[in-house]
Design a binder for this molecule. Structure first.
Ligand code: 5AD
Ligand code: FES
Length: 358
């Protein structure tokens, strides 16, 4: 049998792949192979989650960041950006309006902003969990100490998103300044896991200097670490960063990798990201059709959205939360999916009911 198809078969049957097989899968994609992978990925997703798509209300509460990642628009060395912080009251306002729209998960995301103390952050988490005990709180605050992660978990945070960005140390060092370390990133992920968070990892597709071997190591890492959530989206250059002239990641690559990840981790919570919706007007819908099952609309106040520009051209910055909600409902309905109003926890293959036979 053709080597590509035999690898796709192994992956679809739940067998472990090795480095060489992942690298082959990445570098020998064919149209027919990609179609087959997509069919399997959508079937596996349907067998566990049906046509349900989970929504997460994203609150970008600060664009101030101590880091200087070469790819990121809110890096500290970008002087052309108006910086903002939301107060506790503003964050709670976003949560309340999100709750009324049907959101049951709130993602607090921000740059690595030292202004907010652990005590303040814990307070916000506790307030959300007390007012809305039926909701999940996800944090995406970058690298912190074990003690800080522990305090936030104790305060009630359920999940934590920290993309590993790349599982290859040498590649990590090409994307980040010397003050940042690959080992620390990985340590954070294992701390979060140990503390009982549902953990999200992930990487950018087509990030500068990424090779098929790097991607193979990303998949090997995901296969071994088995995160509960995986965020991937195309790299998109931002004009005020050192990577402004680097090419963007592609739609085709991102969709192909979404399908691979769904098959690798059948139960994973897998968002069709805003970056995917930015490189193609129907990117998020296509993401769902390739195996994704989560969408993360923006709940941040409209006046600050333009200031949370990680990359050029980010979508939805002129709409408000109600517009996004209606727009997504309609978009998903068109492709035969529906948004569900619950916490959207990870389901297991047996809970989904229907089984998936190859
Ligand atoms: N293009 C695409 N994704 C980006 N991110 C940061 N900058 C960019 C960019 N220029 C992603 C990173 C980060 C997440 C919050 O956003 O992977 O972890
Ligand atoms: Fe803020 Fe990268 S520039 S985390």
């Amino acid at each position: 049998m053709d080597k590509l198809f035999s690898i796709i078969d192994s992956l679809s049957a739940g067998r472990t792949l090795n480095f060489e097989q992942f690298e082959y899968l990445v570098s020998h994609r064919s149209d027919e192979g990609a179609r087959l992978l997509r069919t399997h990925a959508a079937a596996v997703r349907d067998s566990i989650y049906g046509k349900d798509v989970f929504v997460r209300g994203l609150i970008e509460f600060t664009n101030i960041c101590r880091n200087d990642c070469y790819y990121c628009g809110i890096r500290k060395s970008n002087p052309n950006l108006q910086r903002y912080r939301l107060s506790e009251a503003q964050i709670m306002y976003c949560v309340r309006s999100g709750y009324d729209l049907g959101f049951r998960t709130f993602v607090l995301q921000g740059g690595e902003d030292g202004h907010y103390t652990d005590a303040q952050l814990c307070d916000i988490v506790r307030q959300i969990k007390t007012e809305y005990p039926d909701c999940a709180v996800t944090l995406s605050l970058g690298e912190r100490s074990y003690e800080s992660y522990a305090a936030l978990r104790e305060a009630g945070a359920d999940r934590y998103l920290l993309r590993h960005e790349t599982a290859t140390k040498a590649h990590y060092e090409k994307l980040h300044p010397p003050e940042m370390s690959f080992e620390h990133r990985m340590q954070c992920l294992s701390d979060l896991r140990e503390l009982g968070y549902a953990v999200g990892a992930g990487f950018m597709v087509g990030s500068p200097y990424q090779t098929p071997a790097d991607l193979a190591r990303d998949f090997l890492f995901l296969q071994e670490f088995r995160p509960d959530m995986v965020g991937i989206g195309p790299f998109i250059p931002h004009t005020d960063t050192p990577f402004k002239d680097m090419p963007a990641g592609t739609l085709e690559d991102t969709l192909y990798y979404l399908s691979i990840i769904r098959l690798l981790l059948p139960e994973v919570l897998l968002p069709a990201t805003t970056a995917l919706g930015t490189i193609h007007p129907l990117g998020r819908e296509m993401g769902i059709q390739h195996g994704a099952n989560v969408i993360m609309p923006n709940l941040s106040p409209t006046d600050v959205r333009k200031m949370y520009m990680l990359y050029d051209g980010k979508i939805c910055v002129d709409d408000d939360a109600t517009d996004c909600e209606k727009c997504l409902d309609l978009r998903l309905e068109k492709i035969g999916h529906r948004i569900v109003t619950d916490r959207g926890d990870k389901r297991t293959a047996t809970e989904g009911g229907a089984s998936y036979d190859l």
